[in-house]
Design a protein around this ligand. Structure first.
Ligand code: XLS
Ligand code: CA
Ligand code: CA
Length: 434
């Protein structure tokens, strides 16, 4: 078997190590809050950004130097499988995520595209045998091809809707074949740019129909995956229908789908919605729909979906804090939906970026666990809301009060005393834990 990367197995060397090709914080088997790190942090390799992205942008062509490239796209697809498994093995990554069109190329007809996907996924299945590498989630790419110029499930063209349904069916079959425990729907081009040509009500109805059909097929086909919607507020369209977690919750409840879907929360999409990553995780958690994470980060000064590797420790701590409060991610995990920068074009950069991301989350986990153990914020919050534990507050919390009674109470207690929110103090304590 050809070796594609001139990099050996990545080992844990601890925080003092200066070796760029070693983990400083991710110590796979170290137990944190009763569970080994690799169970808290089910890291996944994104097939698209790792094996398919070649560094091109709006202004320039490819920059990546990849030894697994080939002139025939199908040949390249097989080589990507070999390279991908070598990469995951060397990093100790146990999961991967894929779009149908990352695994195998789009062919001239749908039938041929399906056949190509069958062949390449057979090969993936073969490679999985004898390893502990698993599929975290699959999805269908219903946004790249020009047929999807006006969306997939929300396209004004019914033939496009049918084509998307066919692609989703096949991607679900492929996810089942590879043993995937989750299936993701990112809205792609489900959104609009101008109301002058768009019937939003009709588009949302159609989108819900597509998701309902997929929900039914999930059971009928025996895939039985956790279905996940991935919110994103803009890009490619101006108004993406799956804006953020709260918007998606409203949509799911309108169409009676709230019990069937959880969410895949991406850090960069949260910040595009002018939310923090932990805000989105929190909204999902308190509504019981925190399913999985796309671990990356954006650049606040650029303001588009840059999909950078997550190196911001602060955000990782607050994210892992939510994950711990959630009791983990169930069947979900942490997918590196992240790509190396255009100037980081070597194979080594790919490894270094994954190490940086894994170490950031490992360190975030350690610090979040300590904060939680010491109940730093939890004790503060208990105290802050203590007025709802007794007296009139308890009556409000128990919903055993009328507006008239509250009015009488307020008339007798109209000299209000508030307590400080102590934000700066709490931020300083958080810094002490870092
Ligand atoms: C794009 C999305 C996409 C999904 C999967 O912005 O992040 O990559 O994760 O289709
Ligand atoms: Ca994503
Ligand atoms: Ca993204």
């Amino acid at each position: 078997m050809k070796e594609y990367f001139k990099v050996g197995k990545i080992a844990y060397e601890g925080p003092k190590s200066t070796n760029p090709l070693a983990f400083k914080y991710y110590n796979k088997d170290e137990v944190i809050l009763g569970k080994p790190m690799h169970e808290h942090l089910k890291f996944a390799m994104s097939w698209w950004h790792t094996l398919c992205a070649k560094g091109s942008d709006q202004f320039g062509s490819n920059t990546m130097v990849r030894t697994f490239e080939a002139t025939d796209p199908l040949q390249e697809a097989y080589q990507k499988v070999d390279a991908g498994f070598e990469f995951m093995d060397k990093l100790g990554i146990e999961y991967f995520c894929f779009h149908d069109r990352d695994l195998a190329p789009e062919m001239p007809t749908l039938k041929e595209s399906n056949e190509a996907l069958d062949k390449v996924s057979d090969y993936v299945l073969e490679k999985m045998k004898g390893t502990n590498i698993k599929c975290l989630w699959g999805t269908a790419n219903c946004f790249n091809h020009k047929r999807y110029l006006a969306g997939a499930g929300t396209s004004p063209n019914a033939d496009v809707f049918a084509y998307a349904a066919a692609q989703i069916k096949k991607a679900m079959d492929t996810t089942k074949k590879l043993g995937g425990k989750n299936y993701v729907f990112w809205g792609g081009r489900e959104g609009y740019d101008t109301l002058l040509n768009t019937d939003v009500k009709q588009e949302l109805d159609h989108y819900a129909t597509l998701l309902t059909l997929a929900r039914d097929y999930n059971k009928k086909s025996g895939l039985n995956a956790q279905l996940l919607i991935e919110p994103k507020p803009k890009e490619p369209t101006k108004h993406q229908y799956d804006f953020d977690v709260q918007t998606v919750l409203g949509f799911l409840r309108t169409y009676g789908l709230e019990k069937d879907f959880k969410m895949n929360i991406e850090a960069n999409h949260a910040t595009l919605a002018i939310h923090t990553f932990n805000h989105e995780l929190n909204v999902a958690r308190i509504n019981g729909v925190l399913g999985s994470i796309d671990a990356n980060q954006g650049d606040m000064l650029l303001g588009w979906d840059t999909d950078q590797f997550p190196t911001n420790l602060y955000d990782a701590i607050l994210a892992m804090y939510e994950v711990l409060l959630n009791g983990g991610l169930g069947t979900g995990g942490l997918n590196f939906d992240a790509k190396v920068r255009r100037q980081s074009f070597t194979d080594e950069d790919l490894f270094i970026s994954y190490i940086a991301g894994m170490d950031t989350f490992a360190r975030g986990l350690r610090i979040a666990a300590k904060l939680l153990e010491d109940k730093v914020f939890e004790n503060f919050k208990t105290e802050r809301y203590a007025s709802y534990k007794t007296g009139i507050g308890k009556k409000i919390a128990d919903k055993k009060v009328t507006l008239e009674e509250l009015s009488d109470y307020a008339l007798a207690h109209d000299q209000i005393e508030n307590a400080s929110g102590r934000q700066e103090w709490l931020e300083a304590i958080l810094n002490q834990y870092i």
